[in-house]
Design a protein around this ligand. Structure first.
Ligand SMILES: Nc1ncnc2c1ncn2[C@@H]1O[C@H](COP(=O)(O)OP(=O)(O)OP(=O)(O)O)[C@@H](O)[C@H]1O
Ligand SMILES: [Mg+2]
Length: 251
């Protein structure tokens, strides 16, 4: 299975895309894999979450998508060995609008990353299914869909699956390139957990065995601008993201 370029996608906001992008990337880097996190969200939460301040860099994903700079010139090291990032900035929002009339605009990111050499590239997406997210879908060979345990977990899920089918031409077996990761799992919420699991029954074979439990340390690590492994190595969050990384590497 080819799974070196991984898009982290869900158009629903606040479900754990960025938390997963940061800590799964850091998990891969800790295994000695040379890993690049591409922040494709104007909110720049992955950028900030890895300790890079919004005004501290001169080149970003904006320069890549507007074809001003090759991606190599935008890559920054992070405090984690083997983990690199292409940062984002709030101005990316405007670039997405400017791309709208451009021909082949969905393929810009794919073309840009064709030339670089990493073991893994992880792409953190914004919570919409617009041009940026479609770029991530085109560029990726594996898709991780974080899904927050709760009553509205499945909102928009069928739209997301349709979009993936459309971009990937529908002639692949989804099990080869999509995994759902359940996030903010709290064993005490039995009724809503059972409800979500029941709703997800048709997609059961796509769900990672690892659940990411609700863990305050994960929340705090974003504020501390560090991957969970540096912030609190013995936390439940660190255990869960380590296990997720291992499960992914075994696929
Ligand atoms: N397992 C968890 N336990 C506790 N808090 C979590 C967990 N996962 C994520 N969070 C918190 O929930 C909030 C939303 O998470 P995150 O930023 O990862 O979501 P997102 O899908 O990237 O959001 P957006 O759609 O805005 O990009 C953050 O404050 C984050 O710290
Ligand atoms: Mg995010």
């Amino acid at each position: 299975m080819n799974k070196n370029i991984i898009a982290v996608i869900n158009q629903k906001g606040g479900v754990g895309k960025t938390t997963t992008s940061i800590n799964f990337s850091a998990g891969l880097a800790r295994k000695g894999k040379k890993t690049l996190l591409i922040d494709l969200d104007p909110q720049a939460h992955s950028t900030i979450g890895l300790g890079i301040e919004p005004e501290s860099f001169t080149a970003s994903i904006i320069d890549v998508l507007s074809k001003k700079k090759p991606i190599l010139e935008t890559i920054l090291p992070t405090k984690t060995e083997n983990l690199f990032i292409v940062p984002s900035h709030i101005r990316l929002d405007k670039i997405e609008q400017q791309l709208a009339p451009e021909l082949f605009r969905e393929t810009f990111l794919k073309k840009a990353i064709d030339s670089i050499d990493f073991d893994y590239i992880v792409i953190d997406c914004r919570p919409t299914l617009g041009t940026l997210t479609i770029n991530a879908l085109y560029a990726s060979d594996f898709i991780v869909v974080p899904c927050e345990m709760g009553r509205y977990a499945l909102d928009g899920f069928s739209d997301l699956m349709e979009t993936i089918d459309h971009v990937k031409n529908g002639d692949f077996d989804k099990a080869d390139f999509i995994r759902i990761v359940l996030t903010k799992y709290d064993i005490r919420n039995k009724v809503s957990n059972d409800w979500v699991i029941q709703q997800l029954e048709p997609f059961k074979h796509l769900i990672f065995n690892t659940y990411i439990r609700r863990n305050e340390a994960l929340n705090q690590s974003q504020m501390a601008q560090e991957p969970i492994f540096d912030f609190k190595a013995d936390s439940i969050g660190a255990q869960d993201y380590e296990q997720l990384t291992n499960e992914f590497l075994r696929l």
